[in-house]
Write a protein that binds this ligand. Structure first.
Ligand code: GAR
Length: 239
């Protein structure tokens, strides 16, 4: 077994994946300490799970930040080290042809939120950042400030589909509506695109003709709870 790693976590909702990771850390299934749980959503249920486990929590209220950005972004409010042209050139979230003002608003408003996230995260010594149902896309501004060693990924995400199929916000829904007979989940490192980074692990399950979307989500989540600790273990073993 590799060294004990320090894991930071970000969530948006119920936090069942976070719970699986907390349980794995407690049982010794993964050699990790969870050093914080952050959320973009005040009142996210997963925050309670973290607090119950004695984990430090914080919230960066993305919706509120984005709302106030809609009133206008004063460039002096942006992080000092934010370079719009650099981030725009690196990002692979928007295809060419998307109006410049949309890209500009997105990258600037997210950088404001990401700076607030970084201010919390920098208080901790952390080896790996785990996105456990974190429903916000991260931009190169944030990613570059976590992945400080070139070529070394430090942000993991779980996605509810067998990537590269069905990236985006509704992996199980898209899998179900497409009529797939196999569904699955993927853990991957985060890069500058949406759900495009190197795949660390995947698990699949069968979808019966009689299955509802709820069945697909239930089967998928059960696989996620096995897969995420396995992938964190793989990371710590090679650390
Ligand atoms: C999980 O199904 C996870 O794969 C998905 O959100 C759910 C969170 O559940 N993540 C994404 O869609 C990321 N784009 P949880 O809060 O109970 O762990």
């Amino acid at each position: 077994m590799g060294k004990k790693i320090k894991v930071g976590t970000l969530i948006s909702g119920g936090g069942t994946n976070l719970q699986a990771i907390i349980d794995a850390a407690h049982s010794g299934g993964i050699n990790a300490d969870i050093v914080f749980t952050g959320s973009d959503t005040p009142g996210a249920k997963g925050l309670e799970r973290a607090q119950k486990a004695g984990i430090h929590t914080f919230v960066v209220d993305y919706a509120n930040i984005i709302r106030s950005c809609k009133k206008g972004i004063d460039d002096t409010d942006l992080p000092e080290d934010f370079d719009f042209e650099e981030i725009k050139a690196k990002q692979r979230l928007f295809k060419t042809g998307i109006p410049e003002n949309r890209v500009r608003f997105f990258l600037k408003s997210r950088a404001m939120a990401e700076k607030a996230l970084l201010d919390h995260i920098r208080e901790f010594d952390m080896d790996l950042l785990v996105l456990a149902g974190f429903m916000r896309v991260l931009t190169p501004y944030f990613i570059d400030r976590i992945n400080t060693v070139p070529g070394r990924h430090r942000i993991m995400n779980i996605h509810p589909a067998l990537l590269p199929s069905f990236p985006g916000t509704d992996g199980y829904g898209d899998t179900f509506r497409h009529g797939c007979k196999i569904g699955g989940c993927t853990v991957h490192f985060v890069d500058y695109g949406e759900d495009t980074g190197p795949i660390i692990g995947q698990k699949a399950f069968e979808i019966e003709d009689t299955d509802t979307l709820e069945d697909v989500k239930r089967k998928g989540l059960a696989k996620e709870w096995e897969l995420y600790p396995q992938c964190i273990r793989k990371f710590s073993d090679s650390f």
